[in-house]
Each structure stands twice: as structure tokens, then as C-alpha cells.
Design a binder for this molecule. Structure first.
Ligand SMILES: [Zn+2]
Length: 388
């Protein structure tokens, strides 16, 4: 070993300094983590993306035995563009309020930093079951990396007992989350002069019809509000996040692309929105568009899917995590995380990490030092448990 053990806050400072905005490569950060682990004689494995510009990393400490714990986190962060930061987002800055500012402090390098700072303690401990690290890329753009990471990890280590996803929950144990789907709807119209609407078909006008239909569907789904789950708003939500298309006010638009998605409560049918959208397009919207011009087209492509998390499937993980937090109840959250992906491999999974989700994606994002301390205490208890 060539270095002393860094504190979790010192490690967070190192991790925040890497600009791992999802549009960038995360390889510098991943190589840093790999070298850090190697310094403590921990081997790690990279799971790269298709073009090799990004990678997931996993590593195991302790015996190659079943019944271990996976500590999971994503290495990417959301952009800072256009946000009014009052300190450098890539420099961890502690202010007199006891908060540690920087992009990714709360979402979610804080948890990764705490996990890494415990590597020396994990190496010293007489572990009876292993502790695995699973760090992904591209969570913020649709949980793209975690699929291959979970598959490789689960294929290569003896079956773990639980996965802890360290997204910010103020160290509460979360055992239910929404499912989420992201879709791209591409409308192909036929260009014509805007005075000659009979000669073409506007992709934008039909995309508008589709958005209107999504609004009506959302209203219908809101009628099915659930009261058995403590998240707000308690029903499926739909959002069109990006609309792009058209070239000029006096041309019928040739193309319009909608980047949209939905979130479904745990236990609800997570494929309903996509299925109904496909049926609406095939049976009504596309025929109407083609009636205007035979060359018109609409395609719906799924760009991401994050399965939900149902409480009853994660009791084992919740029991352990509550033991390590000292908490006495579990919670549900409306957003999606990589937890659903690990759960789909049959491993009980909960979400539990330092920081407040309301801080995530904000300018002047921070994690409270007391939250880092709470995460350190959680990991110390986890290590004692793994020693049995
Ligand atoms: Zn996150």
C-alpha cells in the first residue's frame, strides 16, 4: 500500500474534480478509481460501452462467497450549463453552513467516495462475505450503463444477498421506486410552401396531435391515483422533454422529433403507456397522416427503460440496511434509479445514500458533512456485519 486511507470527504474532493457530465467520457475518473483500488491490492474489472469511451467498474473485496453486499453508484453527473453557481462546481467547497458544495456531491459521488474511503478498512476486516463495488456510467441519461454492469457482475460473482444503491435518500432506506421509460417519437412529414398545405404534410402539426393525446392519457391515468404508496403525485406521469423540428415559418415541417417519457408507480403496468401510444399511432395518427400524403411516417423508439422496485421483493435488503442505518421504516420514491435493474437480476435491492434528492441537479448542489458522517457510520456497521 502506497497511500494512507483518505477520509470520505477527502475522497469526495478528488471525485468531484473530474467533470463526468454524462456527455463526457468518464474514463479519467474510472482510471483514477482503478489505480486507487490497485494501491490497496484490490483488482477491478471494467465493462466498457460499445465505442470504448466510457466504462463501468466493478470490484470485490473479501472471499469469493455468496451472500455479499453490492454497493452501487453512478459516476456521471448532470450538466452545470446555464446554472448560477456561486462556487466552482468542480472544486469541493466547504462553507460555514457545514455543507460541501460541488456538482455530484449529493447525486451521487458522496456515496461512491464513502465506499472508496472504506477500502483500507474492508481490506483489514476479516470478511466472511464479500463487499462488491459497482460503479456505472450514463445513469443520468437513462440508466444506460447499469444494464451491462449488473449482467457482468451477477455473472461473475457468487450470488450477493443485497444491493445498496447509494442515491441520495438522507440515509433513509427506500424499497419502492417508480419504473420509467424514455421514448423518441419521430414524425416524417412532406415539405411544401405554407400557402400550399394540400401538397404536403407538417410533421410538427401531427407531433402536436400526439402531444395533445399524451396530455389526455395523462389526465386519464391521474384518475387512477393510488393511496397505498406514499409518493406524490401518486399516479403515472408523462412528460415531453424536448421538441425539435421544422426549418422556417413558411415551410410545412419535414421532421419533428419528440423526446418524451413516463414514470409508473411500482406494481402498475410499466408497459401500458408505450403500448397505448403504439396503438394510437398505428390505428389513428399514422393513417390520418398518410391520408394527407403517402410518404408520411411516424416511428416510436424506446431509448431507455428502468424497471420499478416493489417493496415486497426487497425485504432482505431493507432489513439489512435498516440494521446499518438504525432506522425503523422504509420509504418509497417517485424517481427511477439503477435499483430496478439490479432487482431484475433477482437480488433484493434498496436505495440508501447521503444527501437530499432535492439538491440533485441544482446549482450549488451540496451534501451536508453530517450526511457523509452518517454514511461512514452505515458502512462501518456493514463491515462489522460482513465479519459476522
Ligand atoms: Zn443519481
Amino acid at each position: 500500500m502506497t497511500q494512507p486511507a483518505p477520509s470520505s470527504v477527502e475522497m469526495l474532493k478528488r471525485l468531484v474534480a473530474f467533470d463526468t457530465t454524462s456527455r463526457n467520457s468518464n474514463l479519467d475518473l474510472i482510471r483514477y478509481i482503478q489505480a486507487y483500488l490497485a494501491d490497496f491490492e484490490v483488482e477491478s474489472t471494467l465493462v466498457p460501452n460499445e465505442d470504448g469511451t466510457k466504462a463501468n467498474l466493478y470490484a470485490s473485496i473479501g472471499p469469493q462467497a455468496p451472500g455479499g453486499v453490492v454497493l452501487s453508484g453512478h459516476t456521471d453527473v448532470v450538466p452545470v450549463d446555464g446554472q448560477p453557481w456561486t462556487s466552482d462546481p468542480w472544486t469541493l467547497t466547504e462553507k460555514p453552513d457545514g455543507n460541501l458544495y460541488g456538482r455530484g456531491t449529493c447525486d451521487m459521488k458522496g456515496f461512491i467516495a464513502a465506499a472508496l474511503s472504506h477500502v483500507p478498512a474492508l481490506q483489514r476486516a476479516k470478511l466472511e462475505v464479500p463487499v462488491h463495488f459497482a460503479f456505472s456510467y450514463d445513469e443520468e441519461v437513462g440508466c444506460l450503463g447499469a444494464h451491462s454492469l449488473a449482467e457482468k457482475l451477477m455473472g461473475n460473482v457468487p450470488r450477493p444477498q443485497a444491493v445498496i444503491v447509494g442515491e441520495p435518500t438522507m440515509m433513509s432506506v427506500v424499497n419502492a421506486q417508480n419504473a420509467g421509460g424514455g421514448l423518441i417519437a419521430t414524425f416524417k412529414g412532406v415539405e411544401a410552401h405554407s400557402s400550399m398545405t394540400h401538397l404536403g404534410v407538417s410533421a410538427i402539426h401531427f407531433a402536436g396531435d400526439f402531444i395533445h393525446w399524451l396530455n389526455e392519457l395523462q389526465e386519464e391515468l391521474a384518475q387512477r391515483k393510488r393511496t397505498d404508496i406514499d409518493t406524490v403525485p401518486g399516479h403515472t406521469t408523462i412528460n415531453v422533454g424536448i421538441v425539435s423540428g421544422g426549418t422556417a415559418a413558411n415551410i410545412l415541417a419535414r421532421e419533428c422529433v419528440l423526446n418524451w417519457g413516463y414514470r409508473t408507480l411500482p406494481g402498475d403496468d410499466a408497459s401500458e403507456v408505450q403500448r397505448r401510444a403504439e396503438r394510437y399511432v398505428a390505428e389513428l395518427l399514422l393513417p390520418a397522416m398518410r391520408a394527407r400524403h403517402p410518404d408520411a411516417d411516424i416511428t416510436l423508439r424506446r431509448r431507455s427503460f428502468v424497471p420499478g422496485l416493489k417493496p415486497e421483493e426487497n425485504e432482505e435488503a431493507a432489513r439489512l440496511a435498516l440494521q446499518w442505518t438504525g432506522g425503523n421504516r422504509t420509504y418509497a420514491v417517485p424517481y427511477g434509479t439503477e435499483a430496478g435493474i439490479f432487482r431484475s437480476h433477482g437480488i433484493p435491492t434498496v436505495i440508501c445514500g447521503p444527501g437530499d434528492i432535492s439538491q440533485a441537479h441544482q446549482p450549488d448542489e451540496f451534501v451536508a458533512r453530517s450526511q457523509m458522517d452518517a454514511c461512514d457510520a452505515f458502512l462501518a456497521r456493514m463491515i462489522r456485519w460482513a465479519e459476522k
